[in-house]
Design a protein around this ligand. Sequence first.
Ligand code: FAD
Length: 324
Amino acid sequence: MKDLDVLIIGAGPIGIACALECKKRGWEYTIIEKGALTNSLFNYPLNMTFFSTSEKLEIDDIPFISNNPKPTRNEALEYYRRVSTSNNLNIKLYEKVIDISKTKAGFIIESDKAHYQSKKVIIATGFYDIPNLLNVPGEDLPKVFHYYKEAHPFTLQNIAVVGASNSSVDAALEIYRKGGNVTMIVRGDAIGDRVKYWVKPDILNRIEEGSIKVYFNSEIKKITPSEVILTTPNGEKAIDNDYVIALTGYKPNFKFLEKAGIEFSEDGKSIPNYNSKTMESNIEGLYLAGVICGGKETHKWFIENSRIHAKMIAEHLEQNMSDV
Ligand SMILES: Cc1cc2nc3c(=O)[nH]c(=O)nc-3n(C[C@H](O)[C@H](O)[C@H](O)COP(=O)(O)OP(=O)(O)OC[C@H]3O[C@@H](n4cnc5c(N)ncnc54)[C@H](O)[C@@H]3O)c2cc1C
């Protein structure tokens, strides 16, 4: 069994930032990542542009050069890949952590491939793996997607895009521009407040001119192979449909955290318990980093404001150097 000082779960931007801090201090560390490097970014829409400018996505002050102020998904993949490879970070890909248990000496970490012993553990597992489901009949049909990649397959098709946030708006606009017939289904009465300020006029104008249809204050009640049934303020409505793209947000793997012994706030937001100065959870030696810290509040933390978690954790570990 490998003996580590720090085991980091998740090779997203923040897990990588944590690994850089460990490497600088000469600690024995490894990242275990269940998918590809920066797996969440890899699964973003192919043509996605970040809302942050590139310098705000930098980790460890390593310059992130992009063609435009706001980088694309491809540029971000290139950046985090180069940061990881040129620093020779210890990363094990395609290996899923299943269980973390506390021992007297630290932690035993069980993955689907091996067991590890580590003095400290950092959980940086993000929130992009578990979509918030609509929980309606027909959601399991193969025409229903909870992730959006690109518009081409949806040309000349009737598409229902569920949601009114950035992801939904970007998908609706892109599919409309590639010749899809787009209807947005929005639970609230307007396009989301957080929609990027430079995109919002575009979607509002497309809705106003009727190029993209929208049902506000409406929800999907049922999905069939050829229709979606909506509940709208004017009663039930059936619309022709080939594909449903439900972009209703994502949530952290709460079961995984609970199993590790993490406690949560009971205010409905399920925010994991951690010390905001050190990022240490309610379990000594077990740290949380990155967007997972927001619990159900997935808009609270970004790369921009959570990249500092890596330094905060490393500084706290340094103070407890005798244990590390
Ligand atoms: C469409 C979209 C656009 C965004 N745009 C921006 C932006 O412009 N600016 C910004 O600052 N933020 C943005 N964000 C938010 C933020 O960038 C991402 O959520 C970011 O990926 C968070 O980094 P992270 O390292 O905390 O988590 P993630 O990048 O999600 O990394 C977590 C990693 O952990 C791995 N993992 C999970 N469970 C396990 C397990 N059991 N074992 C092993 N590995 C595991 C996952 O595979 C994943 O690779 C955006 C988010 C989305 C969804």
